[in-house]
Ligand binder design. Structure first.
Ligand SMILES: C[S@@+](CC[C@H](N)C(=O)[O-])C[C@H]1O[C@@H](n2cnc3c(N)ncnc32)[C@H](O)[C@@H]1O
Length: 475
C-alpha cells in the first residue's frame, strides 16, 4: 500500500467552484475532449445514452478521423470506468464528490481516465483538462482541478486499486468489482451465475470492461459471412454462420455500405446464435408460423424473417412501444413479417397459433454492459424484480401462443439468475413445459457448462452475456 504522505497534500479549492461570469474566453482548441466533456455532461444531466449522444455531437461539429476516435475512446472509457474513477478522485479531493460542481466532476473524470487508462502523457492529460475547466468555469475551478489531478498522477491504476478497493482476501467480489470498474451488485450477480468468486469472475469482469468488437450479421439469403467480411474488412465470426466481427473502435458501423444497403445488420454474435437456436429445434408437423413476441428494434426479427422467407414460413412481430414497432417495420420492410403494436402478455393473437416463438424479453441488460458505457452505473438492484415479473408473464404468454409440440426460445441479455434460470424454472413448473437441452442447438460453441440452458460470456465466447432457454409445449 502506497503512503499518502508521498503525494501532494489534498487540494482545497473553492467551495463549490462558481461558473464564470466575466467576458467570454476564447474557445479551447480541443474538439475531441470538448465533445467528450459535452457527451459526459449530457449523460449526467439528461440521462442520455453515451453511444447515442456522442455520434450526434461528432456529426454536428464535423469531427472526424483521429479526433473522432479520441472523443469516442474518452467518452466511452470514462463512462465505463466511472465508479473506479470516482473512488480515486474522492481519495484525492478535500471534500465529498457530491459537493463538487457537476461540470468540474465530469472534467475530473475525463482527466483521471486519461491519466490512468490511456497512454496520453500525464502533463498533457492534466493541462488539457485544466484548460477545459478554466474556459468554462474560471481560474478558481481550474486550480482545484489541477490540484486534484496532480494528486491522481501520484500512482498508476493498480496502485490506486490497492488503495481504494476492499481487501482482496476478505472481500474478493468487492475487490474485483472495483478493480474492473463494476458496481458490486453487478459483480455479485456475475459471481452467482458463474459459480465463482475467483479467476472466472476476474476474467468475466475484465472482458466486460474492455472495448467490444463490433459484430455484424449478414442477412440470410442476401449475403454470406465471407462476402460481408470481404466488403467490410472484418473477420468471419467463429460460431454464427452469418457473423462477422470488426475491430473494436472501427467507426460507426451504421455507416458501412452493407448495413445501409440492408445486406447486414449490427448484431452481437450471441444474439444471432440465440435466434438461430430457435430455428434449429426439430418440430413434428407444421412449421410455418413464427412469432417474435418482443421485437423492437428488430435485429432478431430481420434474422428470423429472412430465414422464415427462405423456408416458406411467415413471421409475426409484436412490440409494445409504438416507436420501436416503427423501427421493426422499417427493418423488415421487404420480408414476410407482420408487425403488431401490442402487449405481448395480451397480444390478441390466437392461442396455440404459432409453431415457433421467440421471447427476447426486456431485461436489465447486465450482459451487454460493455456496449452501453454508462449503463452499469445507472442500473439498480431494484430494477431486477419488476423485470423478472414481466419476463415470467411474457414467457407464460408465449407458451400459450405456441401450439402443442411447438417450441419457445426464452432469451435475455443478462446473466442475472433472477432473470434467467429463476424465470424459466418457475414458468416451466407452472405450465408443465419441457426444458430442452439448448446446448445441442449451439453447435461448435465451446464451454457451455452443464445445461440445459445456454449462458454465453464475453470472456469465453467474445459475445454479450446472452442467456437462452428452449422450451417445448407438451403435445
Ligand atoms: C430486449 S428488447 C428486444 C430486442 C429485439 N428482439 C432485437 O433483437 O432487436 C425487448 C423489447 O421488448 C419490448 N417490450 C417491453 N415490454 C413489452 C411487452 N409487454 N410486450 C411486448 N414487447 C415489450 C421493449 O420495448 C423492447 O423493444
Amino acid at each position: 500500500m502506497t503512503q499518502r504522505s508521498s503525494r501532494p497534500s489534498r487540494p482545497r479549492g473553492p467551495h463549490p467552484p462558481r461558473r464564470r461570469t466575466g467576458p467570454a474566453r476564447p474557445p479551447v482548441e480541443d474538439p475531441a475532449r470538448l465533445a467528450a466533456l459535452d457527451a459526459l455532461r449530457a449523460v449526467r444531466q439528461r440521462d442520455a445514452y453515451a453511444n447515442l449522444v456522442l455520434p450526434g455531437l461528432l456529426r454536428e461539429r464535423r469531427i472526424t478521423g483521429r479526433d473522432a476516435a479520441l472523443a469516442t475512446e474518452l467518452t466511452y472509457g470514462t463512462s465505463r470506468a466511472q465508479g473506479l474513477l470516482d473512488a480515486i478522485l474522492a481519495a484525492c479531493s478535500d471534500r465529498p464528490l457530491s459537493e463538487v460542481d457537476g461540470s468540474v466532476l465530469d472534467a475530473l473524470r475525463l482527466g483521471a481516465y486519461q491519466l490512468l487508462r490511456t497512454r496520453i502523457p500525464s502533463h498533457a492529460a492534466v493541462a488539457s483538462t485544466v484548460d477545459l475547466v478554466r474556459a468554462e468555469l474560471g481560474s478558481g475551478a481550474a486550480g482545484f482541478a489541477n490540484a486534484v489531478l496532480r494528486r491522481v498522477t501520484a500512482q498508476d491504476e493498480a496502485g490506486w486499486v490497492d488503495e481504494v478497493a476492499p481487501d482482496e482476501e476478505a472481500d474478493p467480489i468487492g475487490y474485483l468489482a472495483m478493480a474492473h470498474a463494476h458496481p458490486r451488485w453487478v459483480a455479485q450477480a456475475f459471481a452467482e451465475a458463474l459459480g465463482s468468486r475467483g479467476e472466472p469472475l476476474r476474467e468475466a469482469l475484465a472482458a466486460d470492461d474492455a472495448r467490444p468488437a463490433v459484430h455484424l450479421a449478414a442477412r440470410p439469403g442476401e449475403c454470406s459471412a465471407d462476402e460481408l467480411a470481404a466488403m467490410t474488412g472484418g473477420d468471419v465470426a467463429p460460431y454464427s454462420p452469418y457473423g462477422v466481427r470488426l475491430e473494436a473502435g472501427a467507426g460507426d458501423p451504421g455507416d458501412l455500405d452493407p448495413v445501409r444497403e440492408k445486406l447486414a445488420v449490427v448484431q452481437d454474435e450471441g444474439s444471432q446464435l440465440c435466434a438461430l437456436a430457435l430455428t434449429r429445434v426439430p418440430l413434428a408437423g407444421a412449421d410455418e408460423r413464427w412469432l417474435d413476441l418482443c421485437a423492437g428494434p428488430g435485429g432478431k426479427a430481420v434474422m428470423l424473417g429472412a430465414l422464415a422467407s427462405l423456408s416458406g414460413a411467415g413471421l409475426d412481430a409484436v412490440e409494445k412501444a409504438p416507436h420501436r414497432a416503427e423501427l421493426v417495420r422499417k427493418a423488415v420492410v421487404d420480408l414476410p413479417v407482420t408487425v403488431h403494436v401490442a402487449d405481448g402478455r395480451d397480444a390478441g393473437l390466437p392461442s396455440g397459433g404459432f409453431d415457433r416463438v421467440l421471447v427476447d424479453a426486456p431485461c436489465t441488460g447486465l450482459g451487454a454492459l460493455r456496449r452501453r458505457p454508462e449503463a452499469r452505473w445507472r442500473r439498480k438492484p431494484s430494477d431486477v424484480a419488476p423485470l423478472a415479473r414481466l419476463q415470467r408473464e411474457l414467457l407464460t404468454s408465449a407458451l400459450d401462443l405456441v401450439r402443442p409440440g411447438g417450441v419457445v426460445a426464452y432469451v435475455v441479455c443478462s446473466p442475472h439468475l433472477s432473470e434467467t434460470v429463476g424465470v424459466v424454472a418457475d414458468v416451466a413448473r407452472r405450465t408443465g413445459a419441457e426444458r430442452l437441452d439448448a446446448r445441442a442447438f449451439f453447435p461448435d460453441v465451446p464451454a457451455l457448462g452443464d445445461g440445459p440452458h445456454v449462458q454465453l460470456w464475453p470472456h469465453l465466447h467474445g459475445t454479450d452475456a446472452m442467456f437462452c432457454a428452449l422450451l417445448r409445449r407438451p403435445a
